[in-house]
Design a protein around this ligand. Structure first.
Ligand code: PLP
Length: 378
């Protein structure tokens, strides 16, 4: 068994070939914009990354310069940095407990009392687990705050009130980058749902360099090859080699905060991922069901992007899984700010298990068995 949390988690050979030969037709972009505008009921702007879409939203809002944007304290550095790049401060909202994933409505309320300069709130439904949207949206309305739903992890997540994520906020941010629910190697979109902002001009996206596009096109094939040859020791070598020549597409790169237009061929992959979304989510739910049935103590959320558990001695569990060919050291979030106490503990104790299409039901059973063996040994 060779399973990776990331490293082309959503791709198979068919997808790798699709990416390699995807055509650069304008039609794909038009189709994608039309699809997103209908689905999320607003005006869509495409970007090369989700973080650029966050930057675009902040730019369009033209907030007073001393405004704050409230975000989950347990988040991706890219979210935090996208806001800073636009010249605004973030208010990091802590998790209620270190085994939670999203900030609570109560925390938002308290922060607003302390900091009346908060003008925007971004929710993110971490790993697909829904936040308390009803209360949060109510607070935003009462305080005249802009609500942004960041669906990087949570396309098709359904809130407790039965509404689909992306149908409530003033803006919706999407990420189509590697390892996300909708994975087109890279991509992002901003949907401006609030009429008032639909005619506000955002800066024109730059043209993405050809080299970056080539690296992206090759990423699914390279990662497929690495994964397939890992059991023979060759995969590790290819991985190192490609990394050392900067030939593997990386999610973190300082230049990705510049706003780029999304080239047409990525749009065809986004449309393809939306076409296969239900099948993808059904698979993820089956895998989540296996973890939920087998893992003791029951700790987790029925999240779909990854299944998370919280463990004290995480390093040891990562090693124990690695010995069985399961590579889960990519835990997604480091602590953005050590002063955000529960988020810091969560960042140090979370371990997320893969649910993607390259994990079979048998693999999930083996992973859960190994975790149970490790838990008993503690
Ligand atoms: C919640 C959240 N929003 C946005 C992003 C940024 O997405 P992208 O990598 O497409 O810029 C991330 C990155 O992982 C994320 O976790």
């Amino acid at each position: 068994m060779n399973i990776f949390n990331s490293l082309g988690s959503n791709y198979n050979l068919k997808f790798a070939l699709k990416a390699l030969f995807a055509q650069n037709k304008k039609l794909y972009k038009e189709e994608l914009i039309d699809f997103l505008e209908k689905k999320y009921q607003g005006k869509a702007i495409l970007a090369y990354k989700g973080r650029e879409a966050i930057g675009l939203a902040i730019e369009i809002l033209k907030l007073p310069k001393d405004s704050f944007v409230a975000i989950n304290g347990f988040t991706c550095y890219a979210v935090y940095k996208a806001i800073n790049n636009e010249g605004y401060e973030t208010e990091l909202l802590d998790l209620p407990r270190s085994s939670d994933l999203n900030f609570s409505a109560e925390t938002l309320e308290q922060s607003l009392k302390r900091n009346p300069k908060i003008k925007v709130v971004i929710i993110q439904n971490t790993l697909g687990y829904p936040c308390d949207i009803e209360k949060i949206a109510k607070i935003c309305k009462e305080n005249n705050l802009i609500l942004i739903e960041d669906l990087a992890h949570s396309v098709r997540t359904v809130y407790e009130n039965g509404k689909e994520a992306g149908t409530i906020g003033d803006f919706v941010v999407l990420s189509f980058s590697q390892d996300k629910i909708i994975d087109a190697i890279s991509g992002g979109a901003l949907i401006i749902r609030k009429n008032k902002y639909q005619n506000h001009l955002a800066s024109q996206g730059k043209t993405l360099q050809g080299r970056q596009q080539t690296i992206d096109r090759l990423y699914p094939l390279f990662t497929f090859k690495i994964r397939k040859s890992y059991p023979f020791g060759i995969g590790k070598f290819i991985h190192l080699l490609l990394k050392s020549f900067n030939l593997l597409s990386k999610p973190m790169n300082e230049s990705f905060y510049t706003k780029y237009d999304l080239p047409n061929w990525y749009c065809s992959l986004v449309l393809h991922a939306f076409d296969n979304l239900e099948e993808n989510l059904n698979h993820r739910k089956k895998i989540v069901g296996i973890y939920n049935n087998m893992l003791e103590p029951k700790i987790s959320y029925p999240s779909t992007l990854r299944y998370c558990i919280f463990v004290e001695n995480r390093k040891s569990l990562i090693k124990s899984l690695k010995d069985k060919g399961v590579y889960v050291s990519d835990v997604w979030y480091d602590s953005v700010d050590d002063n955000i106490k529960n988020a810091k503990v969560a960042a140090n104790t979370i371990l997320n298990l893969p649910t993607h299409k390259n994990v079979s039901e048998d693999d999930a059973i083996k992973i859960a068995e190994q975790i149970n063996i490790w838990l008993k040994s503690q």
